[in-house]
Design a binder for this molecule. Structure first.
Ligand code: GLU
Length: 482
């Protein structure tokens, strides 16, 4: 059996779209599962869209995600170069071969001429496709135009009768009447190939056995297959993937900040969680498992598990995965990753980050939610004294006053401000006073934090705040009592 060879072929736009990343992931999983070679090819023939540093974004994202290529621009390989702009002389000879064989032709129509004919067609209520105007030029006319240096493009000459069909491994049998296929441009006026041409030439020359890409290319694939056939090349297998959507109607969008890999990393999603979840957006392992390492994904991956219905990227499900991955981080790693977010909320304060990290790790769903959860340590928010009321904790507005005064006295007696000592002083004193823990600790936590829900309880918060700040907050809470 021939060795499986696949490629991920991003255009360097400066961002990695989640849909693109998922394509790369499935390509990688499929290839590794089949012990093949995974190739990275940069598709930069659209020079107008050149973005500085964009190729690095592709490298860094894939590497960061553990999607590693066997051949590519930076590491070379047997069919180098792997950047299309460096292959620009490759394509024209094939276009000329197609012209010789009658499967392509020179087109000299100007933009204005095309525009005019398009408008006329639309007026007649027809959908415009190129009208094969230049197909009918005589060889002498063509030569004269070429000799005079007239700009030209090369177009595919699609048949006007019959059908083109193929079998996609996800979408099944696809067939298109040839008359609906337009004579797409293969070589542009600047001499560069279009994506439509370059993908065919490069996939063949690079020995690609399986083309794995987004389904937006499904409808053009019959045209690509006509090119393979015209060049007497075998047609690869196709695996088209459904679009990654936010919901059944909307795509992920740049504006909503949910389209790019970097959007999620900036917010504090973990790459491992994102990859794990992304793998499941459009693919089903066939069992109940949800958590996968990359090796487990490779092991479990199969084309049969791919779905052709739109793939919904559910951010709340991703967040659930993320929280779980954060919970499983080694504590030192969590502390390291959380520190910048702690700093954002607490800059200038002396707070035991170690202890804070212990309290926060199990509650962090996404790192960017940390500052909001801990900003009360910097400044106690205003709160309503009704918060003291809590039946279950046996706390009421009336019991809060004595409870806070008791807390104050007990805490004043703490010599060395450790969590252990605070614990002993409070719990011991509450017992001695014959009260329930909740009656004292509930109002104390409210007084110190101003919040109904906090990471850690009264004791932990008192410890984190330090003696001085704790006393200050207690005093003002006592003053604020009705
Ligand atoms: N350069 C194309 C894109 O970024 C690749 C499509 C393909 O994989 O053939 O969408």
């Amino acid at each position: 059996m021939t060795q499986v060879r696949t490629r991920f072929a991003p255009s360097p736009t400066g961002f990695m779209h989640l849909g693109g990343l998922r394509t790369a992931l499935y390509c990688y999983l499929f290839t590794k599962k089949n012990k093949g070679k995974f190739i990275l090819r940069i598709e930069d023939t659209d020079q107008d869209r050149y973005v500085e540093g964009a190729v690095e974004v592709i490298y860094d994202t894939l590497k960061g995600c553990g999607i590693l290529w066997d051949e590519g621009p930076d590491i070379g390989g047997p069919v180098a170069p792997y950047v299309q702009s460096e292959r620009k002389d490759t394509y024209l000879p094939y276009a000329k071969e197609l012209i010789r064989k009658g499967h392509a032709y020179y087109c000299f129509c100007t933009k204005d001429e095309l525009q005019e004919r398009r408008e006329a067609a639309e007026k007649r209520g027809e959908t415009w496709k190129y009208d094969k105007h230049c197909l009918h030029l005589s060889q002498d006319e063509i030569n004269a135009k070429l000799d005079s240096g007239m700009p030209y493009v090369v177009r595919q000459n699609t048949p006007t009768e019959g059908e083109s069909d193929f079998d996609d491994l996800v979408y099944g049998h696809i067939s298109a009447p040839n008359e609906t296929l337009d004579d797409m441009v293969l070589i542009k006026a600047d001499g560069m190939p279009t994506y439509n041409f370059a993908n065919v030439i490069d996939d063949h020359l690079m020995g690609i056995t399986h083309v794995i890409r987004g389904m937006e290319y499904l409808s053009s694939t019959p045209k690509y297959n006509l090119l393979y056939k015209a060049l007497d090349w075998p047609v690869p297998e196709y695996i088209h993937l459904p679009t990654v959507m936010r919901d059944s109607k909307n795509k992920l969008s740049k504006r909503d900040g949910d389209a790019y890999y970097s959007d999620f990393i900036k917010k504090g999603y973990l790459t491992e969680a994102l990859i794990n979840y992304l793998a499941l957006v459009g693919w089903n392992p066939g069992d109940e498992r949800e958590f996968f390492t990359m090796d487990e994904l490779i092991e479990a991956f199969s084309v049969e598990g791919l779905s052709k219905s739109p793939a919904i990227f559910d951010i709340s499900k991703l967040t659930w995965f993320n929280a779980e991955y954060i919970r499983r981080l080694p504590p030192e790693k969590y502390l390291k990753m959380a520190t910048p977010w702690f700093n954002e909320a607490l800059s200038g304060l002396e707070i035991d980050y170690h202890r804070l990290a212990e309290l926060m790790q199990g509650r962090t769903e996404v790192f960017n939610r940390i500052p909001e959860m801990i900003s009360f340590l910097k400044e106690r928010p205003e709160f309503d004294t009704a918060l003291y009321e809590n039946k279950k904790q046996k706390s009421s507005l009336e019991s809060a006053g004595p409870a806070l005064n008791l807390s104050k006295n007990l805490l004043l007696a703490v010599d060395n401000w450790t969590e252990e000592n605070i614990h002993q002083a409070l719990i011991g004193g509450i017992k001695e006073a014959g009260l329930k823990n909740g009656t004292v600790l509930w109002p104390l936590r409210i007084a110190l934090s101003g919040l109904l829900s906090t990471p850690g309880g009264a004791i932990e918060i008192a410890y984190l705040l330090g003696r001085e700040e704790t006393m200050k907050r207690l005093d003002s809470a006592i003053r604020e009592l009705p």
